[in-house]
Design a protein around this ligand. Structure first.
Ligand SMILES: Nc1nc2c(ncn2[C@@H]2O[C@H](COP(=O)(O)OP(=O)(O)OP(=O)(O)O)[C@@H](O)[C@H]2O)c(=O)[nH]1
Ligand SMILES: [Mg+2]
Length: 346
């Protein structure tokens, strides 16, 4: 950890949207101009790629699927990715961090993502998959193939963050489908930018790639949560909300690796950050490894945002088991914690 506002990382970050939904999700990020990241759009459907505005676009090649949909056949998505491995490898080469963004439930994203994750990890890039699970109304077939895809991605990526579309609908039953997709896209955008900002934005306290790797490398399921605070006790308030967040029997207090990212304006005082970190430190295992970074965004005033990334939960060694708990129907019935400001849908 360094404490200067001048040092900037040379970490190379690549964000890959896979399949129709994945491409839609990165489109938002490209429009938002997430700094320091290179965007790659990958799909079997040639109509979605140009809409993303991504500099690099890969139409997955397979003689019998080129340019058409996979009709939700994940084996076709997987084959198409394998047939395009040369292009994918060229796109990934040189990355320190690869984000794979996919909506699970269709043939392309679900079938191709595990293979692309495998390639990214083999290239030694820190491979972080952020995936959505489909809405219940999309039907059992999509739910089933999404579960299969998730199992595969868990085996291949370093870290997997899951967002449950259905949970969003339970929290906001009145929400229209396009609003729901927009919200999900915003949430993912927030997750990616909170991590890339740590490495690329001017910071009071900068984190290095090694700090991020320590929480995410070979981590399996990862917990991501964000909260905002305003007023005098904004940082402490946000920290208190985050530690009270509980999902499916997994408690943030059991996490052994924690990374905190504070983002605020010029009025953000190191003292308030210190107090907030102390709240988290007291709440978790004394042996937990906590790293934090502080980013200053000139345009922010009064408000601060706090993102927490947690992994390695005590007593839960089996990542499949953690994933099942995070994704269990039980979590869908839980009421969101107050902290779940930015839709903590993991
Ligand atoms: N956030 C978001 N999710 C979407 C969008 N469209 C679809 N989804 C979700 O993503 C899942 C996968 O859909 P697609 O991305 O269209 O499927 P695909 O990976 O392109 O696969 P095929 O079209 O079957 O080859 C769906 O089941 C939905 O849950 C979107 O525009 N935004
Ligand atoms: Mg598609």
């Amino acid at each position: 950890m360094t404490t200067t506002s001048d040092i900037r990382t040379t970490a190379k970050i690549k964000v890959i949207g896979i399949g129709g939904a994945g491409c839609d999700m990165i489109t938002r990020m490209i429009q938002n101009r997430i700094s320091g990241a290179e965007f790659i759009a990958i799909d079997t459907d040639k109509t979605t790629l140009p809409l993303t505005g991504a500099k690099r676009q890969i139409l997955l090649y397979k003689p019998d699927t080129q340019g058409i949909r996979t009709e939700s056949d994940i084996s076709l998505g997987s084959k198409a990715a394998r047939a395009s491995s040369y292009e994918i490898e060229a796109a990934i080469t040189g990355a320190d961090i690869v984000f794979l963004i996919t909506g699970l439930g269709g043939g392309t994203g679900t079938g191709a993502s595990p293979y692309i994750a495998e390639m990214a990890r083999r290239s030694k890039a820190l491979t972080i998959a952020i995936v959505t699970r489909p809405f219940g109304f999309e039907g059992r077939y999509r739910t089933r193939i999404a579960a299969e895809g998730l199992d595969e991605i868990m085996k291949k990526a370093d870290a997997v963050v899951t967002i449950d579309d259905e949970r969003l609908l339970e929290l906001h039953p009145e929400m229209k489908i396009n609003e729901a997709f927009k919200t999900i896209n915003e949430t993912i955008n927030g997750y990616v930018s909170s991590i890339t900002d740590l490495l690329t934005s001017p910071g009071l306290i900068n984190l290095e790639l090694a700090n991020i790797e320590s929480v995410m490398r070979n981590a399996g399921p990862v917990w991501l949560s964000s909260g905002k605070g305003t007023g005098n006790n904004r940082a402490m308030e946000a920290a208190n909300k985050l530690i009270s967040d509980q999902r499916s029997g997994i408690n943030i207090k059991d996490a052994r690796k924690i990374l905190l990212s504070f983002t605020g304006g010029n009025d953000l005082a190191l003292k308030e950050v210190e107090r907030a970190v102390e709240i988290i430190r007291k709440a978790v295992d004394p042996a937990a490894d906590i790293a934090f970074g502080v980013i200053i965004k000139q345009q922010m005033s009064d408000e601060i945002s706090l993102t927490l990334i947690a992994s390695e939960f005590a007593g839960l060694n089996d990542s499949e088991q953690i994933l099942k708990r995070l994704a269990s129907s039980g979590s869908r019935q839980e009421k969101p914690s107050e902290s779940a400001k930015t839709y903590c849908l993991v």
